[in-house]
Design a binder for this molecule. Structure first.
Ligand code: PGA
Length: 253
């Protein structure tokens, strides 16, 4: 089954509102590939303004996180319905930086995922092992536990087009990239897990993005792997030329 590639830019805690709108504009204006999905994830602060810049165009918009309650006394948090009303269609969940710095657990990823699905946001759920875990041979165990935790209690028909991102923690922002084979192998393992946990249809249709130091120079190799359905790009998504370079390096559909 052929899955449409997605190139997603995670802008993390970068760019003012004005800079975000400008970057979104450069991406739209420079975009020549309509055979794949392109998505940007600005800070929550910039989602609304960026949505107005992207309106009617092909570039999709995501939040970087959400709280599982729809609203309430949760100072500093942003909910799914608020993100959706601001123009987002997708949301990144369980990013390793949230797990590492903000106490994200499998349980809270699961709560966020259910909240995203309940309000109709398409989740991009991140999983991935640390260097120590890879070196001690624990990669598959870690992926199993992160996937099992994130997807607990969900049935195949509730997944709402969910996208997964395999992001080995040791490759994020480090300049180290998983080799094409390492990425393909981990993705194949995740797909097998989806088949075991759900069914063949879910395994075949779920897009699995690779993330971790993706750049124009290594994108073609990674995106050419049979199990790699796109990229979640951090650093190289902050400059339109690099992000567009990655998009243009993707194999034609
Ligand atoms: P990076 O980040 O491309 O800067 O390594 C990827 C990510 O965290 O999604």
């Amino acid at each position: 089954m052929s899955r449409k590639l997605m190139i997603a830019g995670n802008w993390k805690m970068h760019k003012t509102v004005a800079e975000s709108v400008a970057l979104a504009g450069q991406v739209v204006d420079g975009l020549k590939r309509l055979d794949l999905d392109v998505l940007v994830a600005p800070t929550a602060l910039a989602v609304h303004a960026v949505s107005q810049r992207l309106a009617g165009g092909p570039v999709l918009l995501a939040g970087q996180n959400l709280h599982w309650q729809d609203q309430g006394a949760y100072t500093g948090e942003v909910s799914g319905p608020l993100l959706k009303a601001a123009g987002a269609s997708h949301v990144i969940l369980g990013h390793s930086e949230r797990r590492q710095y903000f106490g994200e657990t499998e349980k809270t990823v699961n709560l966020r995922l259910k909240a995203a699905l309940a309000c109709g946001l398409i989740p991009i759920v991140c999983v991935g092992e640390t260097l120590e875990e890879r070196q001690s041979g624990a990669t598959e165990g870690v992926l199993t536990s992160q996937l099992g935790g994130a997807l607990a209690g969900l049935s195949a028909d509730a997944l709402g087009g969910m996208i997964l991102a395999y992001e080995p923690v040791w490759a994020i922002g480090t300049g180290l990239t998983a080799s094409d084979e390492q990425a393909n192998q981990a993705h194949a393992f995740i797909r097998q897990w989806l088949d075991w946990r759900f069914d063949k249809a879910v395994a075949n249709s779920t897009r699995i993005l690779y993330g971790g130091s993706v750049k124009p120079a290594n994108a073609a190799g990674l995106l050419g792997q049979t199990e790699v359905d796109g990229a979640l790009v951090g650093g190289a998504s902050l400059a339109a030329a690099d992000f567009l370079g990655i998009i243009n390096a993707a194999p034609a559909a």
